[in-house]
Structures are given as C-alpha cells and as structure tokens.
Design a protein around this ligand. Structure first.
Ligand code: OAD
Length: 246
C-alpha cells in the first residue's frame, strides 16, 4: 500500500532528487560502513580514512584502498541503481546525490550524479593538480604522481576534510528546488550529507526513505519503506509507470 502511495507522490512531483548511501550498493557486494559486518566494525576509520593516517602510513592506507578498489572494480550495478536510472530517463528524477564512491550509479545509466564523497575510481596528486581515472587498482603501492613524483591519493573525502565545494553547492541547489527526496540506504549520521533531507523538508518537500531498517533520518521521513533497495526501488518504478501512462 505504501508503495502505491509513494508511486503516486513520485509520479506527480515536479522535482524529485535522490540521496543514496552504501546500502544501495550492498546488493552489488560492496560492504557498508555501519552494518553488522560493516567496514567500521572491522577497521578503525582514524587509522585508514583521515589525512593524518595517510601522512603517518601511506602504504597501510593504500593497501586498504587497493582492497576496496578491487571489490568496486569487480562490482556491477544492481536493480536498485538501475531503477533510479530509469526514473531519470522517464524525466521524473532530476539527479542522484550520492555518498558512495563506487561509481555504480553512472554504470547503471544515471546521467546526473553528484558525488559528495569523491570517487574511489580516481586518484589525485597530493602536491600538483594531476588527476587520473583508474580502470584497475594501482599495482605499485603507494603510487606516485607521473608528473611531479609526489604521492598519489584516492580522490575521496576523508574524515576531517571538507566536501568538494562544487558537489556540495550543486546538492544544496538541487535540494532547495526539490519537492520530494528519495533517501536510499544511508544511516544518515554523516554530516553534511545527512542534512539534505531536512533542507527538502524545510520548504515543504516530501521525504521518502527506503532502508532495510530505520535510520537516523526515519524521524524526518514522511514515508518509510522497509526493504532492500534492489527490491523496493524497481517496485516503485513499476507502479510509477502505471500512474504515468494512465
Ligand atoms: P552506512 O554503512 O552508515 O549505512 C548503510 C545503510 O544502508 C544502513 O542504514 C543500512 O540499514 C542500510 N542498508 C543496508 N543494506 C541495504 C539494502 N540492501 N537496501 C537498503 N538499505 C540497506 O553507509 P552510509 O550512510 O552511506 O563516508 O555512510 C555515510 C558515510 O559514512 C560514507 O559515505 C562514508 C562513511 O564513513 C566517507 O567515507 C567520507
């Protein structure tokens, strides 16, 4: 019943955006951060995902990122990513704002994707402006800049670092215009990303959440759909199609 309600809202809204987190990629085999077997249960973020950790031990940090890259490069988008791409091609979803660094939304066909936390498929130089898109994890650890010889780092946001300002400004602009936001697979505890549903809500927009369990954002959600993104999102799209073709 709630799926029908959500489909009706989505089919009639003017400017829908999505905010996604690690949960949408869980069915593609990419570990989440805070689940029972999440990355932050097995590893300490301050040892692996901070600028200080990288300065202290770049090889250790790179070993961890090489392992995560090897998972991401093997992963394929799932039905959840594909459902959001389809909603965009139907002209309903304006953009996906994601905290994920795996690039699976783009591989599923989403054209407008705002990457708030960067991309694990890209490296950048710690000294000059060199950037490179990767097709596989680096073989030599830690990799060095071919232009200036300084260390390369994954082009992701670490704890204590600001978000890329262009991505953040675009996310705020989108959420300021949105009359609905679909929040998918995020625990909603990492700022500033977690503030975006509140921004939509603050000017009367509707917050729809899809998650396997309640999150820190469930209290702001107008509708909470419990289930896996790869199951729930395609069902929503099927129902939206029925409303749109009526
Ligand atoms: P989390 O690991 O914190 O949360 C994942 C969420 O997905 C949880 O709420 C799960 O209940 C939910 N979930 C798991 N499987 C799901 C499925 N199949 N379908 C739907 N929901 C599912 O991941 P994020 O919220 O993305 O930041 O974490 C936010 C940020 O914290 C990450 O971007 C990363 C991390 O530290 C940086 O690295 C800067």
């Amino acid at each position: 019943m709630d799926i029908l309600r959500v489909a009706r809202v989505i089919a009639s809204c003017r400017f829908l955006v999505a905010l996604t987190g690690a949960g949408i990629s869980a069915d593609s085999g990419i570990p989440t951060f805070r689940g029972d077997d999440g990355l932050w249960k097995r590893f300490r973020p301050e040892e692996l995902a901070t600028p200080e950790a990288f300065t202290r031990n770049p090889t250790l940090v790179w070993e961890w990122y090489r392992w995560r890259m090897s998972i991401v490069f093997r992963a394929k988008p799932n039905d959840g990513h594909r459902a959001l791409a389809e909603l965009e091609s139907m002209g309903i979803l304006r953009c996906v704002i994601t905290q994920n660094v795996d690039g699976l939304h783009q591989l599923a066909g989403s054209r407008c994707v705002v990457e708030l936390h960067g991309s694990i498929r890209r490296v950048r130089c710690t000294s000059c402006s060199y950037r490179e898109e990767l097709v596989e994890p680096p073989t030599e650890i830690p990799p060095r800049c071919p232009r200036c010889g300084a260390l390369l780092r994954p082009d992701v946001v670490w704890f204590g670092e600001p978000l890329p300002s262009d991505a953040w400004n675009k996310a705020v602009e989108l959420c300021s215009k949105a009359d609905a936001i679909l929040v998918v697979g995020t625990s909603g505890v990492v700022m500033p990303a977690a503030s975006l549903p509140y921004l939509v809500k603050s000017h009367g927009g509707i917050v729809i959440e899809v998650n396997v369990k309640p999150s820190a954002l469930t209290s702001v959600a107008d509708v909470f759909l419990q289930g896996r993104a790869a199951e729930v999102l395609p069902k929503i799209v099927e129902e939206v199609k029925r409303f749109v073709t009526k």
